[in-house]
Design a protein around this ligand. Sequence first.
Ligand code: PDD
Length: 296
Amino acid sequence: MEQTVAPVEMKKRKDIAFYNYEYTTLDQVKISPLDRGYYFGDGVYEVTKVHNGKCFALSYHLDRLYRSLRLMKIPATIAPDELTELHDVLVEESGVQNGSVYLQITRGTAPRVHDFPEGITPNILMYVNEDNPHKAELAKNGAHVITIDDIRWQHCDVKSLNLIPNVLGAEKARQKKCAEAFQFRGDELMEGTSSNVFMVRDGILWTRPADDLILKGITRQLIITKVAPSCGITVIERKIDREYLAKAEEVFYTSTTAGIIPVLKIDKETVGDGTIGPVTKALQERYAGLMAEGLP
Ligand code: PDD
């Protein structure tokens, strides 16, 4: 790793940022207008949960980050242990107890041509966000969602900066006073604009298999591999169509920043009996336990 400028003489600053091997504050980060992230969305990102002052499941996020870099053909110029250390330092120096670390790597800075310019170095940006209290309210009280067409590309498994369809979908949901928009390709449920979707039927948990067309969410992965098994709940990964979803006893969506959000209404249809169901509650409780235990 290049020599980093140590974050000395900085008091705990929520707005501490790391940009290209220097610690600074968010408002002091200077990004060139020729950054390819700026004009092409040519980069990848990760969002890692900070719980009680510690990163949660960071190694999972870093695995996905390197996969995104490989698929986008962006060279990895920083090692996982360096990124781990940077996460720890930023969280510590920010003083943030509950929030998330945002990490973004763009292909680099060069005059605007579509193909990859030679000899450019990726730009690395990191900073810490505090939790949005609105999400805790949604987790407790449940959410209403809308459904929209999935108009994204064929590689939604890459956590790319290109999020325009997601942004438009999230705004459409907001205009309808809903918390999320579930995206459908034809009749098939894919995922939310920034979340994965689960449904409960006959006490079994169902979710779409993670292929190229959805993001393999870390929260989703942890529910499938750790949380549901420890609650004694069976998970089946299979495609879900509108008719199947309409018969759900419970529905929820998941993400790093939101955790597990119960869904009480989809468009105009009430889910189950319109209250937060027992499977969702059990998973929320166990997931909170897992976060409290911590996970590298
Ligand atoms: N979004 N699907 C999409 C399209 C997402 O953007 C996200 C996360 C998820 C859930 O993934 P995870 O459980 O790893 O957070 C699924 C992040 C939080 C964001 O864009 O802010």
